[in-house]
Design a protein around this ligand. Sequence first.
Ligand code: BES
Ligand code: MN
Ligand code: MN
Length: 479
Amino acid sequence: MSQKAVVFAGEQGQRFVSELKDLLRIPSVSTAPEHFGDVRRAAEFVAAGLRSAGLENVRLIETGTEPSPGRPGHQGHPLVYGEWLHAEPLPDGSPRPTVLFYGHYDVQPAEPLEEWMSPPFEPTERDGNLYARGAVDDKGQMWMHVKALESLLKADGRLPVNVRVLMEGEEEVGGEGIAAFVREHGDQLKADVALVSDTEMFAPELPTLCVGLRGMIYTELEAQGAATDLHSGIYGGAAPNPLVALAQIITQLKGSDGRINIPGFYDGIEEPTPAELDAWRSLPFDEEEYRWREVGSTELTGEEGYSVLERTWARPTMDVHGISGGFTGVGAKTVIPARASAKISFRLVPGMKPEETFSRYRRFVEQICPRGVQVKATLIHSGDPIVVSTDNRYVHAATEAMKEVFGKPTVFVRGGGSIPIVGDFVRELKTPTVMMGFGLPDDNLHAPNEKFHLANFHRGIESIVWFLDKVGDPVKAGI
Ligand code: BES
Ligand code: MN
Ligand code: MN
């Protein structure tokens, strides 16, 4: 029966891609105030897609918070919701499972623009890939969800399971709105399993389930020295320099051995099991090839004694995303800036708590801040680390589904990235979560020339159709 849906998806594949291109033309950069309206347009596009797929009660859910003491308010981007809850009961009269689909329609900024081979918001096909900001992260993968549902509903007139869809427009800025919605209205999202397609395959042709994500805290560090900018000749030597102070703080956060120096930072970390480590060792991975092909640096860095996969999946780390202040224009200006700031984030692994890590970090930077400079750390957003259980019929259904499409067994990996809401699905909603993603390691997420391998877009749709078919079938799912 899902065969008809697979045939439908095959016949309509070109249209699906052309619709995806329309969505990719909308620059829904969630962090940029000038794109506020574009983010909403993208939400409306997704809502229209869900409606024409045949979902019901499709609506935008507004997010945002009023300012309250100690918390700035935030003007939110809408959630897109839809449902279809008419699956025929099982032979014993019990209801079919409900699947919660999650994805995000917001994207990262596209800069630096001059490094794109074709403009980021003019989707372009080259060599079987679709290039555009958001192509794979996550508009393309989110669209697979919509199109899989459409294929089933159009081909069969019904779905093999009950479905709720919840797409957000703030994932790339921390997902505050969806987290509040899940906390307050979790009862409206009752589901037996959540399906997330926002991760990568380990290698081309290798079906992959992601079973863990790192958490994160994203912070800003502001340093203040003199009351105003000063002439560096007249005052240099006597006046504190906040840029130098930030540099000194940053170099003390992480040693050249890759270890983070914040007291207590590593306390309570849960190591991967020996079985998981064993499984990682048997993945097709060559550190040297990774170095030159993906990273393109002369050396890899990080904690000694850990493989690259351990360092990026199961170890916490720190990165600096930007430092600003003072004079960075053409030419020269001799100034001691009064203020400087840095964007600094930490990736967290199971056993670590974002609030706890943030307060340890804040205490440490205040302690090591050079004399004459005041430093203030603020938390911009955070998300919990997670590992999902693999011992359930939904994971089994996913591996069986991908076997139909790729003809191979699935590998289990973790992801070094973060998807803040997945932690809430697991903890708040207690929903088993399947992270079935179809990105490739060279898809350039968050970087210039982001792409989606179009074959994976189509295989993703097919895999989701099979997944729903198997989840809905009590015999195939082994109930
Ligand atoms: N889809 C990514 C996360 C991801 C990528 C997980 C690859 C696993 C493998 C997501 O859109 C993302 O980029 N998240 C942000 C977090 C956010 C809070 C800014 C990230 O990881 O930096
Ligand atoms: Mn994403
Ligand atoms: Mn992303």
